[in-house]
Ligand binder design. Structure first.
Ligand code: SAM
Length: 251
């Protein structure tokens, strides 16, 4: 029961945010341009697209067909509206589906894209599951949470191990990628500004939410979880980040 309420308060805070994870159009573009030899009008799957900042950018960069998949329907409606305004409706198809069970034809995708979302089914499980759906020599481009230090501060470690147990260091993620049958093309760490921008957008929502639900302990708990995440970043944000990893399916 609380879970249902949790998500309704969560989505109230997050309503109509432009993105749901640290990132920026310029880094979507940087990762896209690292991919060599893309065919014309490539087919891209954007897994866990959220409100679709990356999907819109991929269409702008030349993707011929972006299948934008998310579990949360209102994000997809938001993306449909944004795609219409930007003139990309004919190239962005939204689909409400669970990434853990989505079935697509074998060897139908040129690129699997996922910003801050593949961890929902597990980084390795995701890379393994979607590999057969990629064309021979197809590509993956994903952002994934990583430690940027060998000795993460205890408080940050405890927080992230609970929230994001798949977190590890960059080299371990690169090894995982290779173990799943890909060769690394390149990788880079998203700069801290992508995190501060993301959290600033959320923080702007919090005072009104706090006031609206002043006497509602469950809503206040959801508020506290957001404040805690942001506080952890303020104190320890230099010890972790998102790594953009671009890789090619091996034969
Ligand atoms: C951290 S957000 C990132 C969203 C988006 N990629 C962005 O950068 O704005 C993770 C997204 O994954 C979606 N999601 C969570 N579990 C999912 C699942 N099993 N299948 C598909 N999408 C899922 C959430 O609804 C959310 O939109």
């Amino acid at each position: 029961m609380f879970e249902e309420k949790f998500w309704s308060y969560f989505f109230e805070i997050h309503h109509e945010l432009a993105r749901e994870a640290p990132g920026a159009d310029s880094y979507t573009e940087k990762a896209w341009r690292m991919i060599p030899n893309l065919p014309d009008n490539p087919t891209v799957l954007d897994l866990g697209c959220g409100p679709g900042a990356s999907s819109l950018m991929l269409a702008q960069l030349g993707a011929g067909h972006v299948l934008a998949v998310d579990l949360y329907e209102p994000y997809l409606k938001q993306l449909d509206r944004r795609a219409l305004i930007k003139g990309f409706s004919d190239r962005i198809e939204t689909r409400c589906a669970d990434m853990a069970s989505l079935e697509l034809p074998i060897e139908s995708l040129d690129v699997l894209w996922s910003e801050g979302a593949l961890y929902q089914m597990g980084f390795r499980d995701g890379l393994t599951r979607y590999r057969p759906m990629l064309k021979p020599g197809g590509y993956v481009a994903v952002t994934e949470a990583v430690w940027l230090t060998d000795n993460p501060p205890q408080e940050a470690y405890a927080y992230w191990e609970m929230e994001y147990p798949d977190i590890s260091n960059i080299q371990a993620k690169l090894n995982n990628t290779e173990d799943c049958g890909y060769s690394i093309i390149g990788h880079f760490t998203l700069p801290p500004k992508t995190w501060t921008d993301y959290y600033a957008a959320i923080e702007a929502r919090l005072p009104a939410f706090r006031e609206r639900y002043a006497r509602n302990p469950e809503a206040q708990e959801v508020l506290s979880l957001h404040e805690r995440e942001i506080e952890i970043f303020r104190r320890y944000g230099d010890s972790y980040g998102y790594e953009f990893i671009v890789a090619r399916k091996q034969d």
